[in-house]
Design a protein around this ligand. Structure first.
Ligand code: F6R
Length: 609
């Protein structure tokens, strides 16, 4: 998705903007651009491709004395990737420059209206109407703020704008509606970004703008008003992420670094929450709604992508541990269905970014129907975190890799804790075995990571295939889905996740010597069933790569290759079976020559529907 960065203050703006754009690269983009106020006018540079190309193009200008600027990484929606379509965009006079995230739904209509009023457009973007619209209102009203407000009244859609005006060299404008935008508060300077991770290392004090807010930012002051011109009092939040967490360190890719963070991620999600001695789970973020939670009859989990697959594991956990009927919805589907809502249903949104447009819309729908809403969110202060009634933070640190890995591990941890928290057994000794095993998970993940070279060698063998079936049952069914998604995302191999029991109802048709199966075959209540499925695959000459439990001798007679993981109790198996699949996707992707941190066509936080 697109990224926005803005700066006003005592430092030179250009290096800060370039730094910010680099920090936003992970979100996925195809072109980049900056507009800076320098020598009494606004200067613009854009380029197609990576930020380093833009940086090179700016090389001679990098020392320009500029203390105000905006930058953007564009992920094409309206119009192909090109310099002309790259942001910033400006009006006919080259006075007002705008960068934009989101989509302006009525841009065709507005473009027609403005063309009839003699405005000249040069790009195919929806964004370009914004500076022209402001310019148009400035003709009848000389106050920039009023012209901006009038323009906003005409715009429909989702947007975050950063705007500079050559007649106001001391002001950076920010507008938010349904697309995230964060102000970073500095000392003698202020920052603007679409994603707080771009502000790591610059400031820890941030303001999340709310929908329908406009900020007028100078180097020493931030004035926020709403679209009704009333002054609002934004809350200043503390961003606890540090620079090291947002850097690759000695790892070749963020994806690998984040897979290796797995053990620490589990520990930090458990910290202060798992009270083994008291057999108790304590979730401070849910205390305020604890009474309501005692009356739960049903849980509806709303999420997308990898967070959706973690939710599917959650469904098994909530039903087994807490005995609460649970269903999981793709947020994008939940929004549009017309199901009757039962009273005492609680909706849980799961989101790493806390900004996913579909998940946000789904949780808003749940609220409209009077449901209590909870969030499992990684990004502190994000929109979903703010809009849910209560929730639990992941504390996983920034996830930079586009393919989500550590967030998934963290979500599994929180879901396990939440299932116990919502159960009648919270505080009873019956949880003893589960808690003790949960505490061993970080160490067990570590033993898997220690064997990464074994997975690397297996990836070398399997990288030649163009198709893959991923099979699992019960707790490992969602892991098969997640394993297939990871492989698709970073290696572009067609991969299909399937519940092993469903295989003979269709997917078995694909099996051949050219179509390998990645089978998750843990020593659990469905082991025999998994073996039967593998026999069926073997009978059709399908190559089998199994993720199996240490000590399982039989599997070696069925599978061509086996990667062993330590034994754990069935409901915690996903923690250990997903890590080899994350490693597998990583190694296959890199061995096929791809930059796994920048998967094609994908974006990190999906803030458009
Ligand atoms: C896959 C991936 C996506 C996200 C999905 C939801 O690797 O990263 O599928 O999981 O876009 O994002 P969040 O969790 O931020 O709502």
């Amino acid at each position: 998705m697109c990224g926005i960065i803005g700066y006003i203050g005592k430092e030179k703006s250009l290096p800060i903007l370039i730094d910010g754009l680099k920090a936003l690269e992970y979100r996925g983009y195809d072109s980049a651009g900056v507009a800076i106020f320098s020598n009494g006018k606004i200067q613009v540079k854009k380029s197609v491709g990576q930020v380093k190309i833009l940086e090179k193009a700016l090389k001679n200008d990098i020392d320009l004395v500029s203390h105000l600027g905006i930058g953007h990484t564009r992920w094409a929606t309206h119009g192909m990737p090109s310099e002309t379509n790259a942001h910033p965009h400006s009006d006919c006079q080259n006075r007002i420059f705008v960068v934009h995230n989101g989509i302006i739904e009525n841009y065709r209509e507005l473009k027609e209206y403005l063309k009839n009023r003699k405005h000249i457009f040069i790009s195919d973007t929806d964004t370009e109407i914004v500076p022209h619209l402001i310019e148009d209102f400035l003709k009848s009203n000389h106050d920039f703020n009023i012209a901006l407000l009038d323009a906003l009244k005409m715009i429909k859609g989702a947007y975050a704008f950063a705007i500079i005006d050559s007649k106001n060299p001391n002001t950076l404008y920010a507008v938010k509606f349904s697309s995230p935008l964060v102000i970073g508060i500095g000392k003698g300077d202020n920052f603007l970004a679409s994603d707080p991770s771009a502000l790591v290392g610059k400031t820890k004090d941030i303001i999340y703008l709310k929908d329908g807010e406009i900020a007028e930012i100078t180097k020493d002051n931030i004035n926020v008003i709403n679209f009704e011109k009333q002054k609002t009092s934004p809350e200043i939040m503390r961003l606890e992420w540090d620079l090291e967490q947002a850097q690759k360190g000695n790892y070749a890719h963020f994806m690998l670094k984040e897979i290796f963070e797995g053990p620490e991620i589990v520990l930090s999600a458990l910290r202060g929450r798992l009270k083994t001695k008291e057999n108790l789970v304590k979730l401070g973020g849910l205390e305020q709604v604890a009474d309501k939670l005692k009356k739960i009859k049903r849980l509806s989990i709303l999420a997308c992508g990898t967070s959706y697959y973690a939710s599917l594991v959650g469904e098994y956990l909530f039903e087994e541990i807490a005995k609460i009927p649970t269903e999981v919805h793709f947020a994008s589907e939940f929004r549009y269905r017309e199901e009757p809502f039962e009273k005492e249903t609680v909706a849980i949104a799961i989101s790493q970014s806390g900004e996913t447009a579909d998940t946000l819309a789904a949780i808003r729908k749940a609220k409209e129907h009077g449901l209590l809403t909870l969030g499992i969110v990684n990004t502190v202060g994000s929109t979903i975190a703010r809009e849910t009634d209560a929730g639990v933070y992941n504390h996983a640190g920034p996830e930079i890799g586009v393919a989500s890995t550590k967030a998934f591990i963290s979500q599994l941890t929180i879901l396990t804790l939440m299932a116990v928290y919502l159960s009648k057994s919270n505080g009873h000794s019956s949880n003893n075995a589960l808690f003790q095993e949960l505490e061993k998970i970080p160490e067990k993940i570590k033993t898997i990571l220690d064997k990464c070279s074994q997975m690397e060698a297996l990836a070398e063998k399997y990288k030649k295939y163009e198709n893959f079936l991923f099979l699992g049952r019960k707790y490992n069914y969602p892991i098969a889905l997640e394993g297939a998604l990871k492989l698709k995302e970073v290696s572009y191999i067609h991969a299909e996740g399937c519940s092993a029991g469903e295989m003979k109802h269709g997917p078995i048709a694909m099996i051949s010597e050219k179509f390998p199966t990645m089978a998750i075959v843990s020593q659990n209540s469905v082991l025999e069933k998994m073996f039967s499925n593998l026999e069926e695959i073997k009978a059709r000459k399908g190559p089998i790569f199994a993720i199996a439990t240490e000590g399982d001798k039989e599997i070696t007679t069925l599978a061509d290759d086996v990667f062993f993981v330590p034994k754990t109790i069935e409901l915690l198996e996903p923690f250990l079976t997903v890590v080899p699949l994350q490693l597998f996707a990583y190694y296959v992707g890199t061995k096929r020559g791809f930059d796994v941190d920048k998967p094609r066509n994908l974006a990190k936080s999906v803030t458009v529907e």
